[in-house]
Design a protein around this ligand. Structure first.
Ligand code: 26Q
Length: 808
């Protein structure tokens, strides 16, 4: 039984006819002479066509209702493949399959041509995609705004174990999923100067103008009529930019100089999610996104409204981290300079419109920009920020008279050798709500990173624990498990009401159900093994415990700790201590920022250790290790269903939330983890007995540091650790040196607890029924981690919006 409303002409015959029609009229060819790309594009268009009617009805219903809209601003989106998703959400997967069979086309071959838009780095970008999916599913009127980068996140390959980055030209063969609107461009200014008007008003005369050209992709809701959109902007040079006379004079490079300079703005996603990167082009990207989005939001507002006093009632702008925070200054500029509103009036509107989500605790990851750069690139915005800050600091002085320390702590401008704009401070000051992304994270934000603000405005601070799309990460990723769940629960309503997974609890001890659960896992491990063999040449044992760590490479996430334990196992097996060893497949996936050398060294070490393990005939029957290159959403959909063990081993207090932890638990993996990010909530829900907890908690981390942490003490006291570090010293001397002399993320302090905990994992795995029970309970109790729940939380606590149903 399925709850997706089928397209009116949803028979295989109709589907096949429409596909042939698209082949003929859109690609200008016939089945006999079609290339694989022709067939793929026609299939994509035929599927897309089946969502258009719903989109048109959604737009009409929204126009009619004139509701409050959520505008999600994000520099990143990791949407994943569109073909599998849109087949599912349009309810046409079955008829497409029959139609393709009838035409002699292979679904798998065509799916392989569907390119995932990798317009993000990691968790933050994928979260944006999960939230858009949930908003559409819950009938929340919403638009996602982003940048249509020509090149998405780099493709990762390994050469001699080292990461090499290759460009991701994701639209090389065209993108059948997007609708271009080249007649709906916006102008974006840069540089120039300001001129006084009346009072506080100024006029900004930009020195450079770039056009923003939108295209949109459909964001269908599941089991509902709503289809929202994500609008992505691409930079275009204005029409007069091509210098015909220079071209005529043979100066080909100079002739297109201006075009290249303009269009560079949306050329490439910055592949850095670690530290602030002081690049002018990145600030240009941010301003470009923000300006295009705001102008579009105002255009949409004016379709049904005319009074600025209604703006904050009709518009919510959710800022995904600080990357789009310049929108606060830009809206003030539009309202004051262009619309002529009084400053205080404009500020009251602005503050009510914005809400800010923070995704980090690491001070070094908080974005700041040199005042001089902002002054040069966005002179009017800098003036506005100074004025916002001036008025804000007056408020602070009134609250803390004579406390200069407070002013320095909270100021939007950081003083020092060079003044800098603290984007997080601007975000908090200019928003009505601020949220962290897991309970622990929100608590620590208010207690540490943003403490002063939480004290000033306690009511502004919220927690909204992240969630993931059960459609993408269970139904599409794991069709076998989905079918088993649907069979047990009697229908597939769990896909849009994930708490229904609780109905599996009663099956946790049912031997027959357990056997089928294990069968699903085994088949999924076999699929992974097939892919792994094809891409890495390593043969995994489909019966071995599948032990998975998938996430961006970061020192704080401690992939290094995972590698140290693999070396422990290697030593033990070589010594013949195999009595307590269970066969394992260690699976790694993740990219490192190209300039993040410490992370890249750890990657190199992981690859070296993998080779050492796999090529040792004494070891490889017990242990295999693969590093699947180019981890992305599609690769996640392959790995997650196969996983038995989920590695969530960051140093406590560093991971804001994590979302792979949720995806893996939902698919029945048991977590080995620290009390960090959302791990805490996962453990609370699945039960401590179904979660392998180890390591220091945040208070203990602070205490260890307080006492003066010396990692060398741990090395000296633990023989097995000594052996491991000595091995690492031979393979990657710099890493061993770092561990012993500046072990910033307390890897050695948590080493013993981690290794002992892994021994508990091995013992638990031997108890097949006990493990299966815990696996089923992890799925049954993880319904909370649906992004539908996350969006409901945002709607209730932050956005104050209700659904707008779209009629059949
Ligand atoms: C900054 C400056 C220059 C270039 C890039 C950046 C940049 C880019 C991306 C900074 C940060 C990011 C991404 C951060 C991120 O993905 N954070 C993760 O967000 C997830 C969703 O909330 C959380 O689950 C993770 O814990 C958090 O690390």
């Amino acid at each position: 039984m399925t709850y997706v409303t089928p397209h009116p002409s949803n028979t295989p015959g109709d589907f096949g006819r429409d596909l042939l029609s698209n082949l003929y009229y859109q690609r200008g060819t016939t089945l006999e002479s079609a290339s694989a790309q022709d067939a793929y594009h026609s299939l994509a268009l035929t599927v897309r066509d089946r969502l258009v009617d719903r989109y048109i009805r959604t737009a009409a219903a929204h126009y009619q209702a004139n509701p409050r809209f959520i505008y999600y601003l994000s520099a990143e989106y990791m949407l994943g493949k569109q073909l599998d998703q849109n087949l599912l959400y349009s309810g046409t997967a079955d008829c497409a399959r029959s139609a393709l069979a009838g035409l002699g086309l292979s679904p798998a071959e065509l799916d392989a041509l569907d390119v995932e838009p990798g317009l993000g780095n990691g968790g933050l970008g994928r979260l944006a995609a999960c939230l858009l999916d949930a908003m559409a599913t819950l009938d929340i009127p919403a638009v996602g705004y982003g940048i249509r980068y020509d090149f998405g996140i780099f493709k990762q390959a390994f050469e001699d174990g080292a990461q090499v980055e290759r460009p991701d030209d994701w639209t090389f063969y065209g993108n059948p999923w997007e609708f271009h609107a080249s007649d709906d461009q916006q102008t974006v200014g840069f540089y120039g100067h300001t001129e006084p008007l009346d009072g506080v008003r100024k006029s900004w005369v930009p020195g450079e103008i770039v056009m923003g050209e939108p295209s949109h992709m459909l964001v269908p809701g599941y089991a509902t009529s709503t289809v929202n959109i994500i609008r992505l902007w691409r930079a275009r040079a204005s029409r007069e930019s091509f210098d015909l006379s220079r071209f005529g004079a043979g100066q080909y490079g100079e002739a297109v100089e201006e075009i290249v300079r303009s269009e560079n703005i949306s050329k490439v996603l910055y592949p850095d999610d670690s530290t602030e990167l002081g690049r002018e082009l990145r600030l240009k990207q941010q301003h470009f996104l923000v300006t295009c989005a705001l102008r579009d939001i105002v255009r949409r507002f004016r379709l049904r409204n005319s009074d600025w006093d209604d703006f904050a009632g009709k518009v919510v702008i959710q800022l995904n981290d600080t990357h789009p925070v310049m929108a606060i200054a830009e809206l003030m500029r539009m309202l004051v300079d262009e619309e002529g509103l009084e400053w205080d009036h404009a500020w009251s509107i602005t503050r009510r419109v914005f809400a800010y989500t923070c995704h980090t605790l690491l001070p070094e990851a908080l974005e700041t920009w040199p005042v001089r750069l902002v002054q040069r690139l966005l002179p009017r915005h800098m003036e506005i920020i100074f004025l916002i800050n001036h008025l804000f600091l007056r408020e602070v002085s009134a609250r803390y008279p004579g406390d200069d320390g407070k002013l320095r702590e909270l100021s939007i401008i950081a003083e020092g050798d060079e003044q800098r704009v603290r984007m997080a401070h601007l975000a908090v000051v200019g928003s009505s709500a601020v949220n962290g992304v897991a309970e622990l994270h929100s608590r620590l934000l208010a207690a540490t990173t943003l403490h002063g603000f939480a004290e000033l405005w306690p009511g502004r601070f919220h927690n909204v624990t992240n969630g993931v799309s059960p459609r993408r990460f269970v139904r599409l990723a794991n069709p076998r498990l989905s079918e088993l769940i649907t069979e047990r629960l009697g229908d597939d309503r769990w896909l849009s009401d994930l708490d229904r997974l609780g109905g599996l609890e009663s099956a946790a001890d049912d031997p027959e159900f357990q056997e089928r659960w294990r069968q699903v896992k085994r088949l999924n491990r076999q699929d992974l093994a097939d892919q792994a063999l094809a891409t890495t040449g390593v043969a995994l044992d489909p019966d071995a415990l599948c032990d998975v760590m998938i996430k961006r490479f970061h020192e704080y996430k401690r992939q290094l700790l995972r590698v140290l334990h693999v070396v422990v196992m290697h030593h033990r097996i070589r010594r013949g201590e195999v009595a307590d060893v269970v066969p394992r497949s260690i699976v790694f996936g993740g990219k490192a920022a190209p300039g993040y050398y410490a992370a890249k060294r750890i990657m190199q070490l992981a690859n070296t250790v993998a080779g050492m393990v796999n090529e040792d005939p004494a070891v490889s029957p017990y242990l295999k290790m693969i590093f699947l290159p180019d981890y992305n959403v599609s690769r996640a959909q392959l790995i997650i269903p196969a996983a038995d063990l989920s590695e969530q081993i960051s140093l406590a207090g560093k991971e804001a939330s994590g979302t792979s932890n949720m995806k893996l638990a939902l698919n029945g993996a048991l977590t080995i983890g620290t009390l960090d990010g959302a791990n805490v909530e996962i453990r609370d829900r699945v039960g401590a007995e179904n979660f392998f907890l180890f390591g220091l908690d945040t208070a203990e981390v602070a205490a260890v540091r307080e006492k003066g942490y010396r990692s060398r003490d741990f090395y000296e006291r633990d023989e097995e650790l000594r052996e491991v570090v000595d091995t690492v010293a031979r393979l990657e001397p710099q890493i061993a040196d770092d561990l012993l002399n500046h072990d910033e993320y307390l890897t050695l302090a948590d080493f013993r607890a981690y290794v002992d905990c892994q021994d508990r994992v091995a013992r638990a795995w031997r108890d097949t029924a006990g493990w299966t029970r815990a696996s089923i309970l992890n799925t049954a109790r993880s319904g909370f981690f649906s992004s539908d729940r996350t969006v409901r939380d945002y709607c209730r606590d932050i956005w104050h919006v209700t659904p707008v149903p779209v009629g059949e």
